[in-house]
Unconditional design. Structure first.
Ligand SMILES: [Zn+2]
Length: 162
């Protein structure tokens, strides 16, 4: 399932990407605020993406236009994921092993140590054995502290959504 998230759901968008989903976040696109609703609707329609929004009026507009839309009401990301899972009718799978770049939605590929030498702190290079590079923006990732947070959140989510 592919998603497109409104301007109030940036955190959820980044989290869904880390969890392996394809998500466009309107805040990443250069769209003036007054045109964001129309852009969200047209991109979700043309790309067959599920619209994620906190805006009831936009949600209704989308439904009337035959667009799959999910109204998100919770404030914490885990609650939002559980909500999304219930409303989508199928459990949203959390697949951190197929993460996408949280910043730009690009796919990640394994990078060799020699390719990244000098680009990251030497202590990290020594401590970690696997590195990933975003094919779109080039940002480098490794299993640091945030990885533990992701796995903890994933297991909390998996317990809640059962
Ligand atoms: Zn990227």
């Amino acid at each position: 399932m592919k998603f497109i998230a409104d301007g109030m759901l940036g955190k959820l968008a980044r989290w869904l990407r880390l969890a392996g989903h394809d998500v466009i976040y309107i805040g990443d696109l250069n769209v003036p605020a007054s045109e964001q609703d129309d852009t969200l609707l047209s991109l979700s329609k043309s790309g067959k993406k599920v619209l994620l929004t906190r805006d009831m009026a936009l949600h209704r507009r989308a439904r009337r236009a035959g667009i799959r839309s999910t109204l998100i009401e919770g404030s914490a990301v885990v609650e939002q994921l559980v909500e999304l899972s219930k409303r989508c009718g199928s459990k949203i799978r959390i697949q951190p092993e197929s993460s996408r770049c949280p910043m730009c939605n690009g796919l990640l590929e394994l990078a060799g140590k020699e390719e990244i030498e000098g680009k990251i702190p030497a202590t990290v290079l020594r401590a970690q054995s696997e590195f990933w590079r975003c094919v779109k923006c080039g940002k480098l990732y490794w299993h640091g502290k945030h990885w533990k947070t992701i796995l903890e959140m994933a297991s909390r989510y998996n317990r809640m959504v059962k």
